[in-house]
Each structure stands twice: as structure tokens, then as C-alpha cells.
Design a protein around this ligand. Structure first.
Ligand SMILES: Cc1cc2nc3c(=O)[nH]c(=O)nc-3n(C[C@H](O)[C@H](O)[C@H](O)COP(=O)(O)OP(=O)(O)OC[C@H]3O[C@@H](n4cnc5c(N)ncnc54)[C@H](O)[C@@H]3O)c2cc1C
Ligand code: FES
Length: 291
């Protein structure tokens, strides 16, 4: 993990207030593992002191290069973040222009493919990626690594409207199929994405799946319930609010199975990826970290 000041190469505006930020980070990009995140600092703003956590969407060898598959990570120098404007920090990020600089603390956290995860992937007939909105950003690099290794995958992607379904063109070549859902019915199933997921799990109840999910709390909870009901293992990438991102402030702690000190883990250091059955969902803390 390195704390660097890096230049913006591109900050591309997408639909629905989403942006794809490409940073020239030759010392950080090569060390990225799928599922890790970065902390971004907006420089020169005393009103936005805290860094903002962002999943590492992709790493590439050069500007305009085809998406870098993780086996080319060693040669990567461009680190990409896919983000949505929700408040002050992300609004300022949207103003970034090529040549501007940001503080980048990366890569952080444990990724999706620590050794313990892979045997469960091998034991599955198919891996189901379940994304809600900007949660897609955490699943892109893992999906790439799995596609490279020949795993069969399917994407379930939900958003409020079709404008929330960003990154689809990048995901499409990695998966056998995509099931889309929007709350307003502008694309795919009208409603929550967990409904087509439930239908799929019901239809293929003889199959073994590994679920990998990232998105808003309610969607994650519903996905985890389905995984439990159909007895499939499920990995979740948590997006709790963060203060430091490096394990010091404890602001991102969640309740997990265990007692005493073992009953809490930090999303930034022990996560952001957890087995869903490790998390004590009903008592998950929501800390209001204020600047
Ligand atoms: C590990 C991790 C990975 C993330 N990856 C991405 C990503 O790839 N792309 C992306 O767009 N966002 C991602 N987020 C969420 C992102 O960090 C927040 O949206 C961002 O910090 C908001 O900053 P802001 O100053 O714009 O908003 P603020 O002014 O701080 O808050 C505006 C609103 O957003 C809500 N908010 C702030 N932080 C979060 C959060 N972590 N989760 C849910 N709601 C929040 C606040 O409650 C408030 O309602 C990630 C968060 C974590 C912890
Ligand atoms: S954000 Fe500070 S300990 Fe996790």
C-alpha cells in the first residue's frame, strides 16, 4: 500500500451522474488484487479532509488499452475508479480534469481471491455476480480474473433506472449471461434484481453456485438471505462509511460471528470482502463519520 499524489489522465462522464476516473499510478496499479479498494483525497480543500473509499474498478497498461486482465497487472500503470456523485467529495471528483492531481492511498483491503475463496469457486457450476448500482465497481476485476481462469459466470445487475447500469459493456464479454433489473422498468425486469436472482436459483436448484455481491445494504441482505435459503456460499463486498481506511479509527467495524474482541472486524482491513455467514447482519453498525 502506497500513499501517492497522482495525475488524472481522464475523468469520463457516463450516464446518471457516474464517472470513470483514470489515474496514472505506476507504483500502485501493479500491486492491485481483485476486490481491493483505494482512498482518494481531494487536494487543496480544507472542507473535504477525509479520503473517500472507492473500489478499484480496473487496472490497465496504458491509456486506451483494452481492459487489463489481472494476469497483466504486473505491467499495469493506470488505475480506474468508477464512481457516482452522491455528495461533496464525489461532486468535487467530478470536476477533476486531465493533469489535475489527487491523493491516492492504494491498494487497500483483502481482495476476493484470497486462497480460501478459490476452492469454493472451483466447487461451483457457475459464479453469480450480483451488483446493485455502483456496487458493480467492486465486481469488475474479480469477474475478469474468473473469466481469465475459465470460470462460468452470470451477472445480475440492478439499479433505479437504466442510467444506473454502468460498466455493462466491460462486463458483457466476461459472463455467459446478464439479467438486468430496474426499479422503474426502463431496462430488464421491473423491480429489484433479487427477484430474477430468486427465479434463477429456483429454476436451477440442482446446481452449485458461488454468489459474489456488492451493492446497497438492503440488496445485500436480500441476496444473502437467498444464498442461505438455497444453501450456496456467498461473498459480499461491504461499503461501510470509512474514516482512515487503514485500520486505525475503527469507524468501519462490523459485527461478525465471535465473542469479545473477535466479535468485530474492520471492513477496511479484514474486509471489504467477507463470507456472508460470517457477518451478524441484524446488528451491523452504522457509524456517522463526520468531517
Ligand atoms: C470499500 C468501499 C468501496 C466503495 N467503492 C465505491 C465505488 O467504487 N464507487 C462509488 O461511487 N462509491 C464507492 N463507495 C462509496 C463512496 O465511498 C461514497 O459514495 C463516497 O465516500 C461519498 O462521498 P461524498 O463526499 O460524495 O458524500 P458525502 O457527502 O460524504 O455523503 C453523501 C451521501 O452519501 C452517503 N454515503 C457516504 N459514504 C457512503 C458509503 N460508503 N456507503 C453508502 N453511502 C454512503 C452519505 O450517507 C450521504 O447520504 C465505496 C465505499 C467503500 C467503503
Ligand atoms: S476506516 Fe478506520 S478502521 Fe476502517
Amino acid at each position: 500500500m502506497l500513499d501517492e499524489t497522482v495525475p488524472v489522465i481522464e475523468n469520463r462522464s457516463l450516464t446518471g451522474g457516474h464517472f470513470l476516473l483514470s489515474l496514472d499510478a505506476p507504483r500502485q496499479a501493479p500491486g492491485v488484487r481483485p476486490g481491493q479498494f483505494a482512498m482518494v483525497r481531494i487536494l487543496g480543500r480544507s472542507d473535504v479532509l477525509l479520503r473517500r473509499p472507492m473500489s478499484i474498478f480496473d487496472v490497465k497498461t496504458a491509456a486506451g488499452a483494452k481492459s487489463g486482465s489481472p494476469n497483466k497487472v504486473a505491467a499495469a500503470r493506470i488505475l480506474q475508479l468508477l464512481y457516482k456523485i452522491v455528495g461533496r467529495g464525489t461532486r468535487l471528483m467530478a470536476d477533476l480534469k486531465p493533469g489535475d492531481k489527487v491523493g491516492l492511498l492504494a491498494p487497500l483491503g483483502h481482495g476476493f481471491f484470497e486462497e480460501e475463496y478459490l476452492p469454493r469457486a472451483h466447487a461451483s457450476d457457475e459464479i453469480l455476480q450480483v451488483a446493485g448500482g455502483i456496487g458493480i465497481a467492486a465486481l469488475m476485476l474479480p469477474a475478469k480474473q474468473l473469466a481469465d481462469a475459465g470460470f462460468r459466470q452470470r451477472l445480475f445487475f440492478g439499479g433505479r433506472t437504466k442510467d444506473d447500469l454502468v460498466g455493462l459493456s466491460e462486463f458483457k464479454p466476461l459472463v455467459r449471461g446478464m439479467l438486468l433489473a430496474t426499479e422503474n422498468g426502463s431496462v430488464g425486469y421491473r423491480g429489484y434484481v433479487t427477484r430474477p436472482l430468486e427465479d434463477y436459483l429456483t429454476k436451477h436448484s440442482d446446481k452449485k453456485f458461488l454468489l459474489m455481491a456488492c451493492g446497497p445494504g438492503a440488496m445485500l441482505r436480500a441476496t444473502v438471505e437467498l444464498a442461505k435459503r438455497f444453501r450456496h456460499p456467498c461473498l459480499v463486498s461491504m461499503e461501510n462509511r470509512m474514516g482512515c481506511g487503514v485500520g486505525v479509527c475503527l469507524g468501519c467495524s462490523i459485527r461478525v460471528q465471535g465473542t469479545g474482541h473477535d466479535a468485530y472486524q474492520r471492513v477496511c482491513t479484514e474486509g471489504p470482502v467477507f463470507w456472508s455467514d460470517k457477518i451478524v447482519w441484524e446488528t451491523e453498525k452504522k457509524l456517522g463519520i463526520k468531517e
